[in-house]
Design a protein around this ligand. Sequence first.
Ligand code: TYD
Ligand code: MG
Length: 458
Amino acid sequence: SSKTRTAFVCNECGADFNKWQGQCGECDAWNSLSEIVLESATAAPAAARRSGWAGKAEVPRITALKDVRHSEEARVSTGIGEFDRVLGGGLVEGAVVLIGGDPGIGKSTLLLQALAQMSGNLSALYVTGEESLAQVAGRAVRLGLPLDNLQALAETGIERILQHAVEARPRMIVADSVQTLWTESLTAAPGSVSQVRESAARLVRYAKETGTAVFLVGHVTKEGGIAGPRVLEHMVDAVLYFEGESGSRFRLLRAFKNRFGAVNELGVFAMGDKGLKEVPNPSAIFLSGSNSQQPGSCVLVTREGTRPLMVEVQALVDSSPLSNPRRVAVGLEQNRLAMLLAVLHRHGGIVVGDQDVFVNVVGGIRVQETAADLPVLLAVLSSLRDKPLADKTVAFGEVGLSGEIRPVPNGEERLREAATHGFKRAIVPKGNAPKSGSYKGLEIIAVERLSQALEAAA
Ligand code: TYD
Ligand code: MG
């Protein structure tokens, strides 16, 4: 066989090198280089397209953009609304979607359900490298899924998988999992980063040549990456993470990267004995559910992707035995918490310098937008004073370094969500407040300065 040209890539930062070395010259990580095959799919998309099976030889030439024919990407519904939402409105043909998550979180279940639903419209191939065909079929039957157009293959060699695909021509392929795939062109052991990367690259090339949609399942490592190859994230069109707190039946599907939709879009599911069920109105599950307000708690309306979501932020403020008290943020950015506490001191006159401050977002959700600033400080103040906020109160708003409360996008939509869920008072930035002082039964308390907000919450 002809000798394949190879190079070395860093699993941490993705830098390439001609020769193996013990330490990455880019990011200084040790033992992070592994061998890859050159001239792989993603490196030469144009050449790959010309050799595509459709036989459409296309020589690239310069074209005025106004003359380029284009259309909205054709999308196919997965039959699961929450899945469609995270994909950006359904599956795009030829898209390669990486779904990462802890083992046992429900990745295979989700894809089997989606594939069975979609296979009425598009022929599908489920490639399993982890379970036997009997196990897959058994689960599908137990879930009561329609199996008529669903083909399965228990195989891990990428050359043979693609050979089968070329013959059967499915419009969708699931590879479960990408960590089991390997190619004959590398000597590295199956499961090694170079094998995973190269096998994924072959599937990406196949997807782009043939317009076949491909789902890659990837187990997440302890460090939170998809088993070694961060590089996979660059090769695919979308990266979705499937997450859930241990002990909870709720599962969150989050778009981390999406060429065809909004990132941070969130889909919510509940795992039951009939598989995954969507939770189309998830606001309720992120509230702690206690009927009376507790000290140290504040409900906020955040926006995840394209919809508003009510979540509860909790704070615990307690006098610290340490000379350097602890500031711990779970589900929020640590540095932002430190900054907010400084603003609270300087512009609110509230001293927490000798206190440990713990802040947590209920339900294992992460809030990445600044609209959480004001609720975080209200929760901190409430815990410090051991005094709950008034019943049925929500808040949102960005806190600036000079103590100003700044408006956030989509204020009205947030207020509507709060009203829908029966809240009675909203402490919000003046810039987000309707002039009338109320909104659909919500009393609106408009604030411009942190001091006003603290007064309103007292
Ligand atoms: P699975 O889809 O195999 O996880 P992954 O592919 O991410 O490793 O999900 C396995 C878990 O889901 C397992 O702990 C059992 C649970 N489960 C249910 O609770 N109900 C069901 O109907 C199914 C199919 C699985
Ligand atoms: Mg699985």
